[in-house]
Design a protein around this ligand. Structure first.
Ligand code: SF4
Length: 344
């Protein structure tokens, strides 16, 4: 692909659209918190979306859906037919389901996450759901749970009895992209400071660069944030894992945003349809993201536990990273989890 074909994320165009975003009802609706009874399963394996991509083998627990913040690219905009947050009142059913299903998983490590259909910590000070989930899982020495967030709502996490069995994952982006694409999230610098506080509380921490967005100046700015992680974290060993993924989304999000006439610069330039039916940047651009990030991580931590989200073996190989997961991505992350849990 020639460099002239690269997607150009037009910052000035985005600033004009931003005004429309300010008045959009979606932000107001997202602040509403409702309650409901969840009738289906609370625990589901990560769908993996396509066998062509290496999956991380995550297990998803969902005590709450929705998010009071608003990111332009948030898939929840099309995933649900509403924007409000929903807290499930029947937490007891979640607890029963976990204990029942764990009977068949007494030895192999299980990695849970609660941040798939919402932000794990946005409501933590009010609802304490992450603390409750950690309590439910506390009896299992083969279980690690990750709470993912773009907030800094961490003070009540002190109540978690065994912080060593939980990972606090911070989603990061460059200062430019956070300013343009996120509303209501904590400033990136505050997230890094919060990560340090979590480390001091005894938690492992994680960092996620997903989505990475292509724009003029992306490389220097993403590298800057990677380097800032290591300026803030006291001991690199407390980093459970870091992930990265180029912007990709269901085509229905593009249609939805087009109908509202907002955020279309996200889709500027060429995007292709991946094996999972999602729009994504062409492979050479994605590979440039991952190579640059891998190089920057390794500069700071030669054995950084960095992985790529939802990419093929070919992409891992093109980035020179495939040799680090000889037994697959799931195995690689399970081994990280075992190392962390060995301190329990
Ligand atoms: S923080 Fe996550 S869940 Fe919340 S709006 Fe942003 S992408 Fe969506």
């Amino acid at each position: 692909m020639s460099i002239t074909n690269k997607p150009v994320f037009c910052l000035s165009l985005y600033h004009n659209e931003y005004k429309k975003l300010m008045i959009h009802n979606i932000e107001r609706e997202r602040l509403n918190l409702k309650t409901a009874i969840h009738k289906g399963e609370f625990w589901k394996p990560c769908p993996g979306t396509s066998k062509d991509y290496l999956c991380c083998g995550y297990q998803i627990l969902t005590p709450l859906t929705g998010c009071g913040m608003y990111c332009s690219y948030c898939i929840l905009q099309v995933y649900f037919d509403h924007q409000h947050q929903t807290c499930y009142e029947n937490f007891d059913d979640l607890e029963r389901e976990v204990h029942h299903k764990m009977e068949e998983r007494i030895s192999a490590v299980v990695r849970f996450g609660t941040g798939e259909f919402g932000d794990s910590l946005y409501q933590e000070d009010k609802l304490g759901l992450s603390r409750k989930v950690a309590d439910v899982l506390d009896r299992y020495n083969n279980v690690l749970v990750e709470f993912k967030t773009k907030s800094v709502n961490i003070s009540t996490l002190r109540q978690i009895k065994n912080p060593v069995k939980a990972v606090i994952g911070f989603s990061l982006n460059t200062f430019t992209m956070a300013a343009l694409l996120e509303r209501g999230t904590a400033p990136v610098l505050e997230r890094l400071k919060a990560a340090r506080r979590c480390e001091e509380m005894g938690f492992s921490v994680a960092f996620h660069f997903d989505p990475m967005v292509w724009y003029d100046g992306w490389e220097g700015e993403y590298r800057q944030i990677v380097s800032m992680i290591y300026d803030h974290i006291k001991d690199a060993k407390s980093i459970a894992w870091c992930s990265m993924g180029g912007f990709r989304t269901m085509p229905s999000l593009k249609n939805e945003l087009r109908n509202r006439s907002i955020h279309l610069p996200l889709f500027a330039g060429e995007m292709i349809l991946g094996a999972d039916g999602k729009l994504r940047y062409p492979r050479p651009l994605r590979v440039s993201f991952y190579k640059a990030m891998d190089e920057e991580f390794r500069k700071n931590q030669p054995d950084a536990p960095l992985y790529i989200c939802m990419e093929s073996q070919e992409v891992w190989e093109a980035c020179g990273m495939y040799g680090r997961i000889p037994y697959g991505l799931t195995h690689f992350l399970d081994e990280r989890a075992k190392t962390i849990l060995s301190c329990v």
